[in-house]
Design a protein. Sequence first.
Lengths: 282, 224
Amino acid sequence: MLIDTNKCVACANCIPVCPMGAIYVDPALNRATIDQDQCVECGSCARMSGEQLNPTMVRGVRRLAKAFRFRFEPEPDVCPTSAFVVNDLEWPRIARRVFSDPLVEHKSTGIHGRGTEEVKTNDVAHRVDVGEVGYVIEFGRPGVGVRFHHIQTMTRALSKLDVHFEEKNPISHLMIDEATGDLKEDLLNEKILSAIVEIKTTIDRVPVVLDTVAEVSKQIDTVVAIGVSTRCDENGDDKELEPLLEELGYSHVRAKTNMGLGRVTNKQAGEEVSDQHATPVR
Amino acid sequence: MTNTLHRYGDAESFSDDYIIFAIPCKGKNDEGAVDKLKTFLRICAAHKPANMGNSQFGSYKPSKSLKPTVHWNRELDADYETVIDALSKSGTVAAVFDSREKTEGCLKDVIKADLGLSVNVSASVEGAKNLGECCGLSRHSVEYSLGFTDPHDHLPNSQVLELSTMCGHGMVSFNMARKMLDMVREGRRTPDQAVTTLARFCPCGVYNPSRAKRLLEDARNHQA
C-alpha cells in the first residue's frame, strides 16, 4: 500500500483506520506515511470513503484554520483527496494481502477471507464426523497481526502430535513438510493480519491438543483464538464435545451452528454422493 | 472465515446479535449459486436485518465520490438493494438481526425456499440451538468459540473489544473503535453516526449496528 504524497494533506484521518497502527504523519515530510514493515496490506485504508478535493486548496484551508486555532471536525472515515494507492505486490509480500484483505480470494482454496469453509459446509462436505473434533486455531486476530514464523512454531508443535492437517486450508498449502510442520522459508518474516491452522483429531485427543495450543501460545508474540467443532447426533445434540469442554474448564458462550440445510446439487458432485464420509483421523 | 465466531462479550451481550449466513460448498453445490444467494438475501431483507453483506460490501458502504457537504449531512441508512443487485460471484452472504423473533421468521422462510445451500447461525450457543428447535431443525454441526488467549497483553479494554470484534476480519481497528467511543462520550458524534462509521469498515456486512449503538450508549451513560 502506498500514499500519493502529491495528494496527501496530512489530515491524519487514516491513522485510526489502520488495524495495525502502521500509519503516522511524518513530521519531516508533513505527509501521512506507512510503516511498510508493519503494514499487512489489508486494504482497509484504501477502502475508506473519499472525496476528490484539490490538495493545494485543502492544505491552504487547513493552514488558515490552524493559524486561528479553529478545529474542523470532518467525517472520521473520509480521505479528502483519495490519496491511497493499491500497488502491485510480488512474492513473498503478496502473501500479506492474500491473508489480510478479506476481499481477496485464496487461490489455493478459492475462498475469500481466511480461505476456509471449516464446518460451515459440513452438511455437504463432511469434513468432521461424529466422534471427531475439528480445531480452528487462529493467529493475529483481533487487531494484533502475526508473522509466519510464529505460526510455524505452532504447526511444528502440532505435527509432533501426529494430527491431520486440513488439506483445503491456505496454511496447509504453504507447508513444505506435514511431518515437521515447516512452512515455506521465504515467507517466515512476512506479517499478516491473521491466519487459520486447521486440524482434526478423534475426541479423546482434545485435552492434549488444547494443552499444546495453550502452551505454544505463551511462546509466540501474538493473540491466538481457538474454535473447536464437531458433528451433532441425529437429534441435533452434542453429548461428547460440549461436556468435555466443560470438564476441561473452557468457557464457550458463542458458537457457529450449521443448521443442516445444505445438499449436493452440482451434477458431477452428485455422482460421488454415495462416498460422503469424512477422512478418518488418527 | 471465522468472521463471526470470536465476537467479544458474554451470553447476555449477544441477546440482540444473531447472524445468519448462506455458503455454497466448492465443487458440491456452487453451480448456479448466485441466484440462490440473491434469493437468500431477499428473504433476509424482507425481515429487516440490522445489516447485510454480499461478501464484497455491506449495506453501509464506503463511497469514493463524496461531496464536501457530506460532513454535514451523511447518509446513515442501510442500503439492502445495492447489496443484492451487486452480487455477481458465489461466496458467503450474511445478514445480522437484532432480535430473536426476526431471525426466527427469516430462518423459517429460508427453510421454505429450500435453496440447498449450507445455512449457519452465529449467536450464543443456546440462542442458536433454541432457534433451530423452534424452526424444526436439528443442528448438523457446531463450532464453539473458546475465545482468545493473550498472554502478552496486546488487547485493549472490553468496550473496545466488543465494538471492534464485530468485524471478525479485523477491519474495525481498535483505534477507530476507541475514537468513536471518545467522540460519543464527548458529544461530538451521536451513537447512530458513530455506528454507521464503524459499520462502513466491515466489508462482509456482519457488523451489528444495533448492538454497537447499545454498547456506545452504555459507555456514554455509565462512564466514570
